[in-house]
Design a protein around this ligand. Structure first.
Ligand code: DX5
Ligand code: ZN
Length: 227
């Protein structure tokens, strides 16, 4: 059973970029536990998004927000320290990144921040064994779409990965990103996920507070943690 507290993190990739601070504040006021911040460099994925100066500006606007930074870049070793300096609370690095991933995770931890590894849909859980067994991880993020764009369809092939991760490393936080809504979030929570990232579903919802509450309730029930 998944007994960790369920967290809901809206992905601000789906926010209005011209009203980014307002849309971040709206998500927090609607009950979000923090914000998921997608960084893409045009190399690791075919899209370009947000840099450290945008994170710094958001940190200034939202001093208490929990900022969860997902690095989809070729050089997370270079960028992780810049996002930490700009105000990140958690930094998540793709295990597939062509650089020193263990060293990057150590640097995130040494800065006192939460360190996570991310796996793409085609990457098996076993690819995490070295860094997980070395105790370098606080969190694993399982991608349930191919990274790069919001609004894609949830890939069920991610579900068995949560069960394997929960069995092998029960203390880790497990997050999911891609195609998450009330139903798919509950499926992931039943399999062991405790942090739900969701972009288009939450930002397109007519009532974001109701959508967050509904997603949280369904996930808690599915995880057996409902009180
Ligand atoms: C995709 C990003 C996701 C994206 C999810 O590469 O990492 O965080 O915003 O968007 P939805 O929830 O619309 O699939
Ligand atoms: Zn993401």
């Amino acid at each position: 059973m998944n007994t960790k507290k369920i967290q809901v993190l809206p992905s601000i990739l789906s926010a209005r970029m011209g009203h980014l601070a307002a849309d971040c504040r709206r998500a927090l006021e609607a009950g979000a536990d923090g914000l998921h911040f997608d960084v893409m460099d045009g190399h690791f994925v075919a899209n370009l998004t947000l840099g450290p100066d945008v994170l710094r500006a958001l940190r200034e606007e939202l001093p208490d927000a929990y900022l969860h930074v997902h690095l989809m870049v070729d050089r997370p070793d270079f960028y992780a320290p810049r996002f930490i300096e700009a105000g990140a609370d958690a930094v998540l690095v793709h295990i597939e990144s062509p650089c020193d991933v263990p060293g990057t995770l150590r640097a995130i931890r040494a800065a006192g921040k939460k360190a996570g590894a991310v796996i793409c849909p085609e990457t098996p859980v076993g690819a995490l064994a070295d860094v997980a067994d070395a105790g370098l991880l606080d969190e694993v993020l399982v991608m349930t779409v191919h990274p790069g764009f919001g609004g894609q369809k949830f890939l069920e092939s991610g579900l068995p990965k949560f069960r394997e991760l929960r069995r092998r490393w029960p203390a880790l936080d497990l997050s999911v990103d891609g195609g998450i809504n009330t139903e798919t979030g509950a499926l992931c929570a039943a399999a062991g996920a405790n942090i739900l990232g969701a972009g288009s579903f939450l930002y397109k919802a007519p009532d974001m507070a109701a959508a967050i509450a509904g997603m949280r309730r369904a996930a808690e029930a599915a995880a057996g943690t409902e009180r």
